[in-house]
Ligand binder design. Structure first.
Ligand code: BG6
Ligand code: BG6
Ligand code: GLC
Ligand code: GLC
Length: 917
C-alpha cells in the first residue's frame, strides 16, 4: 500500500513540476479570459472594417460577399456534380437531392490525390488535373451521357460579384499554383473543361468550404447561420444583413459573408499575442506575413508550432536531456494528427512516447508529460482564439437581430476539430463563456461541404431554369427593326384602304372625316362650354377665348362616371352627363346661360358635319346600350330636353385626338397631328381633301380621325400577338376589336402584365406559385402603377412596396421580374405606337413631295404623360423608321377641351353669316 501511494505521489509531483515548467516556458501562449474578450472586441471591429466600403480596401479581414442569400428550405432537388478542392483532401462527388417533402440526399464520391507538383505548379495544369479527375469520375460512374450542373467548393479567399464567379485573392495553406491569383477560378475550370468535348457540365456556383459547411448543416437544422472550418486552414462564414454589406447593392434580406478570418492580424493587430514560435513558423511558410491568425490555429501549422517549441526547449536543456534528433530539426515532422494522438485521454502518454521515439528521441517519463502539456497549450490556444472570433460573430448576429438572447447553430468541419479528442469540448466551453447570452448548438458537418454546395447549386440551377423561362416569355415582346418596318408598312396600307371609297367598308383603320378644315388662327373669341368624355376623367369646362391675344381661360370640374352608368343604358348615360352639366353651371353661377358647346367624345363617330356624330361602336370601358348607330349629339340634345332646365347650343362634336391637335395648334401652327396615348390609343392628322374619297371636295384639307386602334382587327398583326394579348382581348368588352389599341394603350397594358404574371405564377416562377385573388382582379395595374414600377429612380424595395400596396405579396426577386415584365410590355407598346406614327408622318411627307418634312405632333394621354420611358421610346422609334421627318412632340397641357372650344368658335363663326342670311 505504501509503495503504491509513494508511486502515485511521485507521479503527481513529477506531473506538477513538468506542467509548471512548461507553463512558465509558454507563459505567452496562455490567454486569459480578459485577453480573449479583448481579441473578440478586436475581431468585431475588423468585421465592421471589412464590411464598410471605405475601409474594406485596407481591411485584413476581407468579409467577402458570397451571393448565397438563403439557407436551404427543403425545396431543393436534382442531381449535381460537386468538386471539393482546398481542404486536406480533394474529392469529386455526385449529389442527388431528392424530391420535395422528404429531405433526402444521396452522395457518391471519390478522393483524388493532390501532389505538390500539381498544387504548386502551373495554374493551367492544376485545373487540367482537376477536370481530368472529374472526367475520370464521370466515366467510372457512367455519367457522361447527361448534362450536369456543378458546384465548386473552393476553399480559398475569392472575390465574387456573382455566384458563378470568383477571383482568387491569394492562395493560402499548401497551394501556390502560378497564374491563378487575381483571375477567375471558374473561368480556368471552364477553359479546362473545353478540352473534354464529351463533358456537358455547367458550373453554377463557387462556394467557400465554410459556406458549404454552413449549408450542409442548415439543410438539417434551419437555425444554422454560421459555418466554421478548423482543419488544414481555419475560417468562418455567417449570414449578414444585406443592409450592412456596403459592397453589394440592395438592402433586402441577408447574404452569407465569408469572413476569411485566417487573415486576422495580417495588419499587425495581433502582434501583442504572437510569440517567437509564431514568427518563426510564419517565416518558414509558403506565404510569410499572411494568414497570421490561421497560423496560430489550424491543422497545417499546429504540429509545426509544437515542433518549434520542443526544439527550443531541448536547446534550453528543458527536454530530452538536451539531446535533439535530426527529425526534430526537420520541418513538418510533427503533424496535427500527432498532436491529437498525444492529447488522447488515456493512451495519450503512451502515444507521446511512441511519437517521440519515432522522431529519434529518447524521452523520459517527465519529457512525455511535458511534451503532452506543450501540445495542450498549443491546441488550447488554438481553440481559445477560434472561440474569441466566433464569439464576435455570434454577438454580431445577436445585435443584428436586436435580440437579448440568440439561439443559433454553428456548422462545424475540419480535421483538427474532428480528430482532436479535446478540441470541440474546449471550443464550445469557451464560446459559451464568452457569449453567455447565446444558446449555441454546434453541429458537425458529417458529410463535408459538398452537400451544402449542392444545395447552393440546386438553388442556382432553379434560378437559371426559371430565368430561362422568364426570358422566353419576355422574348415574345421583343420587336426587331424588321418587325417595326413591317408594322409601319402594313399601317400605311390600312391608311390608304380607309381613305378609298371602295376599300373603306372593309378597312380596319376607319379614317373618319371630322369636318374640321383648318387650324385656329387667333381670331377666335367668346365663351364656350366643353364636355370631355371618354378618357380617364369626364370633365365639364367653361372656356373663355380672347381674340388676338391668344389667351384662353378655362374652368373645369371633373365628374365621375360610375361603371354601371358606363355600361348601363344610353339614356342613363346621357342623363348623367346632363346632370353633371347642370351641376357645373350651378357651380359656376351660370344657370340658364345659353352657351355654345363643343363635345369631345373620344369614340369612333361617323360624321357628316361638324355637329353630327354617329357612334360606330363603343371602345375602351364604355358599353352603354342603344347608342351604337345613333347620333350622340342628338342623344345629348334629347337628354337636355328631358331635363327641361336649360338649353345649350351643341355646335361641334370632336374626337379627343382632334381636340388635342387643336389645343396644340393654337400655340404651334405646325401641329398637324394629334396623338392620344392614354386609356385608348388613336391619331388624327390633316389630310389633303383630294385623298379623302368619302367627302366630295378636292380643295384644301380636312382632319381625319384615323381610329387606328382597330389596326390588326383583320389579323395582320397576328405574327406578333402573344397568347397574353389574346387573353386580354377575350376578357375585354369588345373581343376581336381594337387589337392595336389593346397592345398599345394604358387600359390594356396593365392587363397584359397581369396575364403574364398569372402565367409566370402558375409556372411557379413568381409569388411562390400562388395566384392570389388580387392577381385575378381585372384592372389592378392601372397606368399610374405601371409608371411607378418602371421608374428608374425607384429602389427595388419601393417597387416591392407598390406591389404590396396592390395586394401582391412579393419578394425582392419577384419585384425584379414584375418590373422586367412591365418594361417589356410598355416598350413594345411604345415601339408599335412609334411605327404607326412613322407611317403617318411618312405619308404626309410623300403626299407633299417633300425631301424632308417638319411637323409637330400634339400629344395627350396618361400613358404618354406619366410613363417614365414610353415617350422616349416612341420618339426614338419614329426617328428610326422615318428618318426624313423632323417630328416635334408637343405635350397638350390643357387637355382637349380647349381645342374643342376653339373648333366650336370656328364653327360658330361659320354658322353666324349663314344664320344671319
Ligand atoms: C471537408 C470539407 O469536410 O472539410 C472541405 O468537405 C473542407 O470542403 C474541409 O475544406 C476542411 O477540413 P480539412 O481538415 O480537410 O482542411
Ligand atoms: C385628356 C383629354 O387630357 O386626355 C381627353 O382632355 C383625352 O380628351 C385624354 O381623352 C386621353 O388620355 P387618358 O389617359 O385620360 O385616356
Ligand atoms: C483558408 C482559406 C479559406 C478556407 C479555410 C479553411 O483560410 O483561405 O478560404 O475557408 O482555409 O479551409
Ligand atoms: C379609342 C377611341 C378613340 C379615341 C382613343 C383615345 O381608341 O376609339 O376615338 O381617340 O380611344 O381616347
Amino acid at each position: 500500500m505504501f509503495a503504491v501511494h509513494l508511486v502515485a505521489f511521485y507521479f503527481t509531483k513529477l506531473k506538477e513540476d513538468q506542467i509548471k515548467k512548461v507553463d512558465r516556458f509558454l507563459y505567452h501562449m496562455r490567454l486569459s479570459d480578459e485577453t480573449l474578450l479583448d481579441i473578440k472586441a478586436r475581431f468585431q471591429a475588423e468585421m465592421e472594417k471589412g464590411l464598410r466600403k471605405d475601409t474594406n480596401p485596407t481591411a485584413s479581414v476581407k468579409m467577402l460577399p458570397t451571393f448565397v442569400r438563403a439557407i436551404p428550405d427543403g425545396s431543393e432537388n436534382g442531381e449535381f456534380l460537386s468538386l471539393d478542392l482546398g481542404g486536406s483532401k480533394f474529392r469529386v462527388l455526385k449529389v442527388q437531392v431528392s424530391e420535395e417533402g422528404k429531405r433526402n440526399v444521396q452522395m457518391e464520391s471519390q478522393f483524388y490525390p493532390t501532389p505538390n507538383e500539381i498544387i504548386r505548379g502551373n495554374g493551367s495544369e492544376l485545373f487540367d488535373y482537376v477536370v481530368d479527375c472529374l472526367a475520370d469520375f464521370m466515366k467510372t460512374k457512367d455519367l457522361k451521357h447527361k448534362k450536369f450542373p456543378l458546384g465548386l467548393t473552393f476553399s480559398f479567399p475569392c472575390k465574387q460579384t456573382k455566384l458563378e464567379e470568383g477571383v482568387l485573392l491569394s492562395w493560402t495553406k499548401k497551394f501556390k499554383a502560378r497564374g491563378v491569383q487575381d483571375t477567375d477560378v471558374v473561368g480556368h475550370l471552364t477553359k479546362a473543361m473545353k478540352k473534354h468535348p464529351d463533358m456537358d457540365v455547367d458550373i453554377l456556383a463557387l462556394v467557400n468550404d465554410t459556406v458549404g459547411t454552413m449549408m450542409t448543416c442548415a439543410y438539417d437544422d434551419p437555425y444554422c447561420e454560421v459555418g466554421v472550418i478548423i482543419g488544414t486552414g481555419t475560417n468562418a462564414c455567417y449570414m449578414e444583413d444585406m443592409s450592412n454589406i456596403d459592397l453589394v447593392e440592395g438592402d433586402e434580406g441577408r447574404m452569407c459573408i465569408n469572413t476569411e478570418w485566417g487573415a486576422f492580424g495580417d495588419d499587425g493587430a495581433l502582434e501583442d499575442i504572437r510569440t517567437e514560435f509564431d514568427r518563426e513558423l510564419d517565416l518558414g511558410s509558403l506565404n510569410p506575413g499572411k494568414q497570421l491568425f490561421e497560423k496560430m490555429i489550424s491543422g497545417l501549422y499546429l504540429g509545426e508550432l509544437v515542433r518549434l517549441i520542443l526544439l527550443k526547449m531541448a536547446r534550453a536543456g528543458l527536454l530530452f536531456g538536451s539531446k535533439k534528433s535530426s527529425a526534430l530539426h526537420t520541418k513538418g515532422k510533427i503533424e496535427t494528427r500527432h498532436v491529437a494522438a498525444m492529447e488522447k485521454y488515456k493512451e495519450g502518454l503512451a502515444n507521446t512516447r511512441e511519437i517521440l521515439t519515432d522522431l529519434g528521441l529518447e524521452p523520459s517519463e517527465a519529457d512525455c508529460i511535458a511534451v503532452q502539456h506543450v501540445c495542450t497549450i498549443v491546441s488550447f490556444r488554438s481553440a481559445n482564439l477560434c472561440a474569441a472570433a466566433l464569439a464576435a460573430i455570434l454577438t454580431r448576429l445577436r445585435e443584428n437581430k436586436k435580440l437579448v438572447r440568440l439561439r443559433t447553430t454553428v456548422g462545424m468541419d475540419g480535421t483538427l476539430y474532428k480528430i482532436h479528442p479535446q478540441y470541440p469540448k474546449r471550443l464550445h466551453k469557451v464560446v459559451r463563456k464568452l457569449v453567455p447570452n447565446c444558446d449555441v448548438r454546434f453541429l458537425l458537418s458529417e458529410c463535408g461541404s459538398a452537400k451544402g454546395a449542392a444545395m447552393v447549386t440546386a438553388v442556382a440551377s432553379r434560378v437559371q431554369a426559371q430565368r430561362k423561362r422568364i426570358d422566353e416569355v419576355l422574348a415574345l415582346f421583343r420587336l426587331t427593326h424588321e418587325h417595326l418596318v413591317d408594322m409601319q408598312e402594313k399601317m400605311r396600307v390600312e391608311l390608304e384602304y380607309g381613305l378609298k371609297r371602295k376599300t373603306h367598308p372593309m378597312a380596319t383603320v376607319k379614317m373618319l372625316p371630322t369636318y374640321v378644315y383648318g387650324m385656329p388662327d387667333g381670331t377666335e373669341k367668346g365663351k364656350f362650354l366643353a364636355l370631355d368624355l371618354g378618357g380617364t376623367n369626364f370633365r365639364v369646362l367653361l372656356v373663355k377665348i380672347r381674340r388676338g391675344r391668344k389667351s384662353v381661360r378655362m374652368y373645369n370640374k371633373i365628374f365621375a362616371i360610375p361603371l354601371e352608368i358606363m355600361q348601363g343604358t344610353g339614356e342613363e348615360l346621357f342623363d348623367h352627363i346632363v346632370q353633371c352639366i347642370a351641376d357645373f353651371l350651378d357651380y359656376m353661377g351660370l344657370k340658364g346661360a345659353q352657351l355654345p358647346l363643343g363635345f369631345t367624345f373620344s369614340f369612333p363617330c361617323r360624321q357628316t358635319s361638324i355637329d353630327k356624330g354617329i357612334l360606330i361602336e363603343w371602345t375602351k370601358g364604355f358599353k352603354a346600350t342603344d347608342c351604337e348607330g345613333e347620333d350622340v349629339v342628338d342623344m345629348l340634345r334629347e337628354a337636355i330636353k328631358r331635363r327641361n332646365e336649360f338649353d345649350l347650343d351643341i355646335v361641334a362634336v370632336v374626337n379627343d385626338t382632334v381636340g388635342t391637335m387643336m389645343t396644340c395648334a393654337y400655340e404651334d401652327p405646325n401641329c398637324e397631328i394629334g396623338l392620344i396615348a392614354g386609356t385608348g390609343s388613336n391619331v388624327c392628322y390633316m389630310e389633303e381633301m383630294r385623298n379623302i374619297e368619302l367627302v366630295d371636295e378636292d380643295e384644301g384639307r380636312m382632319c381625319i380621325n384615323t381610329e387606328w386602334g382597330g389596326f390588326g382587327d383583320n389579323g395582320c398583326m397576328d405574327d406578333i400577338r402573344t397568347q397574353y394579348d389574346k387573353e386580354v382581348d377575350e376578357g375585354s368588352l369588345n373581343p376581336g376589336k381594337q387589337r392595336y389599341e389593346k397592345m398599345t394603350s394604358g387600359m390594356y397594358l396593365g392587363e397584359i402584365v397581369r396575364q403574364i404574371l398569372i402565367d409566370l405564377t402558375k409556372q411557379g416562377l413568381l409569388f411562390r406559385g400562388q395566384v392570389s385573388e388580387r392577381l385575378r382582379t381585372r384592372g389592378i395595374f392601372e397606368t399610374k402603377f405601371l409608371s411607378q414600377i418602371e421608374s428608374d429612380r425607384l429602389a427595388l424595395l419601393q417597387v416591392r412596396g407598390i406591389l404590396q400596396q396592390l395586394g401582391l405579396d412579393s419578394t425582392c426577386e419577384d419585384s425584379i421580374v414584375v418590373k422586367e415584365v412591365c418594361g417589356a410590355v410598355s416598350r413594345r407598346a411604345a415601339q408599335l405606337c412609334g411605327s404607326g406614327l412613322a407611317a403617318i408622318v411618312e405619308k404626309r411627307r410623300q403626299d407633299q413631295g417633300l425631301e424632308q418634312l417638319r411637323i409637330t405632333v400634339g400629344v395627350d394621354g396618361t400613358l404618354y404623360k406619366l410613363h417614365p420611358h414610353f415617350s422616349r421610346i416612341l420618339q426614338e422609334t419614329v426617328k428610326e423608321l422615318a428618318p426624313q421627318c423632323d417630328v416635334t412632340f408637343m405635350l397638350s397641357e390643357d387637355g382637349s377641351g380647349k381645342g374643342a372650344a376653339l373648333i366650336t368658335a370656328v364653327a360658330k363663326r361659320l354658322q353666324q353669316p349663314w344664320r344671319e342670311n
